[in-house]
Write a protein that binds this ligand. Sequence first.
Ligand code: SF4
Length: 327
Amino acid sequence: MSINWIETSERVLSGGTVTKDEARAMLAMGGAELTQLLAGAHRLRERTFGDRVELCSIINAKSGRCAENCAFCAQSAHHKTDAPVYPLKTHQEIVAGARQAAAEGSHCYGIVTSGTRVSQGAEFEQILASIREIRSATPIEPSASLGLLDEASARALAEAGCATYHHNLETARSFFPSICTTHDYEEDVRTIRLAKAAGMKVCCGGIFGLGESPAQRVELALTLRELDVDSVPLNFLNPIPGTPLADMRDLAPRDCTRIIAMFRYLLPLKRISVCGGREANLREFQSWIFMAGASGTMVGNYLTTCGRSRETDLQMLRDAEVRVHAC
Ligand code: SF4
């Protein structure tokens, strides 16, 4: 299929949408056609975000021993990995992390805990207290990623001032049973709907390079478009020894740029952030994420793996001629 991607981006700029076939074609582009695809994605990003990009940071507030069996995850109790295992960090540690992230220019700070779902009780109350203090004492937007939600927990988080609930669908519905068998995809979708209904913004994306097909990458993007999520984190598998995907090496740097561009064409107005696995998968192409349409990236460390130094990432932003959107 030969498609003029500049014309496609013009159609999207005037409110048109991209079809499933066009999205699938994007993932097969190479050579000059890939360059044209990225040029269109770049225009779409600039139309909504100008030259500004957003940085986000997370704290792994409670690590390990998760009862779920997500095949990529170092924190699942079903796999034997070297991931740290510790209970919920103190209120002071969590708030100190937010202050540091704000001072370093991140606009969003995610409190992430391992485990299937939020459970009411002392831990949840402490997280709510941390969110309240982050809201009142720092300019950064607090976000939480605590697993599956029920209606009462979603309401409590929103009332405490949690700006965004983060919950990834991880992959396409049709591929999910190959990645996780301990809960159903529909439970994740329900959590997204509950978070939105409670008044929080929703940050929801996935991880690529798990063995999913290109068509399934498009399937995930279409599901997120239908759910109308607010921001989309794109992660690329960094294979962890001890997990079932330890030997999976499915993505080349240009595959990552094709995926980012496809998401930008399908979700032209949404925040799209490149998160885990940037260094391992994009390597020398990391600065291309903005040309491919990303409007942000995660800085600092990830949940169980280390990111690059802050100075290296800031230099990349300067070289890419984008400015950090301060909080
Ligand atoms: S991705 Fe989340 S739910 Fe899945 S095993 Fe890891 S911590 Fe548990």
